[in-house]
Design a protein around this ligand. Structure first.
Ligand code: PGA
Length: 257
């Protein structure tokens, strides 16, 4: 079955790439994806955002950030506001990534404040959810994902929901080489869409883009994208090279086995 929603492939560079490396990447990726169908998003580190968005002007690559603070401005040493991200050309922001949740103690209620701020400022939020291995093994995947969605998106209107992307990233699949099988991922995606339908209504649930992330590679992108409820991919490690990120974006050209 063909996906009914726009496809979005997002690269998440995490704490990699200097300005020079970022600009070089954009120059190499641009010709590889000029004809490709999915929307191409790239989350650069703060320090390279301005250069990366400038280098991406006139291409189909949309640049965004990996985190932000929920306040408009203030005495928050080391933090970055949404308006500052917009100032350097960011169009979207990844919020609640599991590395933020696990290593920096971010809670869903903090993520919720950031989602509201990003929407208020016109920055598109990509909200990440996902269970740990322990939670999966104790049969809590659905409960955890449902809780993270409800709390992170609390108070969000149906209209606002249309501007949001969700990324399902099982924590055990991030950077481990262990991908959820397309079937495992599809099951959780379908569950999330069902849950969203119960809270925001079926129309909103049918419209929202839900991306999969966790050890996505050129070799598994196509099969993941063929699942009915997977509308895009959030790619970490494999987004660091223009060749591998380019082949993920062009997953439709991949040979079937
Ligand atoms: P990975 O990371 O593709 O390296 O597993 C995905 C992510 O953390 O967004």
């Amino acid at each position: 079955m063909v996906n009914k929603r726009p496809e979005v492939i997002v690269g998440n560079w995490k704490m990699y790439k200097t300005i020079e490396e970022s600009v070089d990447f954009i120059e190499k990726l641009t010709p590889l994806v000029s004809e490709s169908e999915p929307f191409v998003y790239l989350a650069a580190p703060f320090t390279a955002l301005q250069a990366t968005s400038k280098a991406s002007e006139g291409t189909k690559i949309v640049v965004g950030a990996q985190n932000m603070n929920d306040a408009t401005e203030g005495a928050f040493t080391g933090e970055v506001a949404a308006s500052m991200l917009l100032d350097v050309g960011a169009k979207f922001v990844i919020l609640g990534h599991s590395e933020r949740r696990q290593l920096f103690g971010e809670t869903s209620s903090f993520v919720n404040k950031k989602v509201k701020r990003s929407l208020a400022e016109g920055l598109k939020p990509i909200v990440c959810v996902g269970e740990t291995l322990e939670e999966r093994e104790s049969g809590k995947t659905e409960e955890i994902v449902m809780q993270q969605i409800s709390e992170s998106l609390e108070g969000i209107s149906t209209e606002e929901l249309e501007k949001i992307l969700i990324a399902y990233e099982p924590v055990w699949a991030i950077g481990t080489g262990r991908t959820a099988t397309p079937k495992e991922a599809q099951e959780v995606h379908a569950f999330q869409r069902h849950h969203i339908g119960e809270v925001w209504g079926k129309v909103a649930a049918d419209k929202i883009g839900i991306l999969y992330g966790g050890s996505v590679k050129p070799a598994n992108a196509r099969e993941l994208m063929q699942q009915n409820d997977i509308d895009g991919l959030l790619v970490g490690g494999a987004s660091l090279s223009p060749e591998s990120f380019g082949s993920i974006i062009n997953y439709q050209n991949a040979l079937t086995h």
